[in-house]
Design a protein around this ligand. Sequence first.
Ligand code: ADP
Length: 471
Amino acid sequence: MPLSRKIWVYFMAFTVIVFVLLWVSQIFFLEHFYESMKVSDVAQASESIEKAYDELESRAFYDYIEETAVDNDLCIEILDRYGRPIYSCEVLGDCIIHGRGNSISTFWQRIKSSSEGVIYYKVKNPRSNYDMLVYGCEIGGDDYPDGYLLVNSALVPVGSTASIIKRQLKIITAILIVIAFVISLYVSKRIARPITKITESAQSLAKGDFSTEFRGEGYLEVKKLADTLNYAERELLKVDTMQRDLIANISHDLRTPLTMVKAYAELIRDLSGDKPEKRREHLEIIIDETDRLALLVNDVLDLSKLESGKEQLKVSEIDIKEELEEIIQRYKGVSEKRGYHIHLSSDESRMVKCDILKIEQVIYNLINNAINYTGEDRNVYVRQINLKDEVLIEIEDTGDGIEEDKINLIFDKYYRSENHKREVIGTGLGLSIVKAVLKLHNFDYGVRSTKGKGSVFWFKIKCEYDNVQNV
Ligand code: ADP
């Protein structure tokens, strides 16, 4: 059921309950309420008279009785200890203790024979057909009463009053139900409107319109929802833009070697085919370019595999010192030919546990970046620092460093600085692969960089592998 209708239904249900309660109390229980109210009035009046008897002198006491009788519509009779009337106050025209068929002595007898010295009756007045409340009690004296008090109150039939109220209630109910209907309809629409608007915006976002703005009107929860959705939209836009950039980058990086391959293949066909020297040179270029292509395709595949969550680590124990020496050795031939110097400084041998093929990939990616971005001196420093339960690996270059606002972005998928050079091979995926592998291992990692001085990328390999799930 839509929210607006639900709110409306609740509101109407509430109104109906209020009216049902009102009707039940006013019409069906009116008589009951009236009677219990009268009973309590009579009891209170009698109690106060008893008290006044003890406290006031006789003139004032009789004045008090008269006042009470008039105020509460009561007939009051005071009897002496022998049941003889000594003071009478008649307010009701037709009461049961005065008037015809005087029954004072009957009630006096009843008080006397009651164990508590108190009587309370509801009697039908045979003349007026009204119900009468009669209350009687002893007054004064310790062992033997000084006298007796009789109080009579009439219970006026409430039927006619009830029918007046009923008629009024019918009109009020009809008017209020119409008002409640209109108000609840308005309120429910008002509450549901901002949510409906947000739903419409979400639908247009789902269709790919990133300019949609989520407006949170009305109340706090909707404002928060709108803020969250606006944030999600910005994030989606970021990913969308990065994804587009990646495709643009990859297409560009694929096209360049392909163009080269094609150009050199044509050269061999048309010119250098029968000149062995030239042909070899051109073939070398073709091979290099195909390597570049393979690297690109592998990066994309690696990352998608790592991020699919299906990749399982094959953990083994290795000596990290030996491993680093081997890696640096492999670089020697190529990099030193191009004038790069990779300096390794290691602490003593230390056994660590990791998926070595993947950690090698991390080290290669970091060293490749360091070579690509290092300064004129073409130096790259690799350090192995043994810590308590971990080994810290640092790869430092002397390049331009990374701007502070970019540091948080470089590990993001697809992020690539805009001014990367053609000779810098890469897809913008290298550091994303580093991050994915290290996260999978649960290893800490990070980067320190000083603008103009260079950067240090670091990560810590654990000596004991505690991620049981992947062992
Ligand atoms: P790629 O190197 O292919 O562009 P990476 O994911 O390896 O992709 O790096 C992302 C970005 O991080 C690079 O484009 C570059 O701007 C920056 N970066 C990475 N390593 C370094 C470094 N050693 N010095 C300066 N900038 C770096």
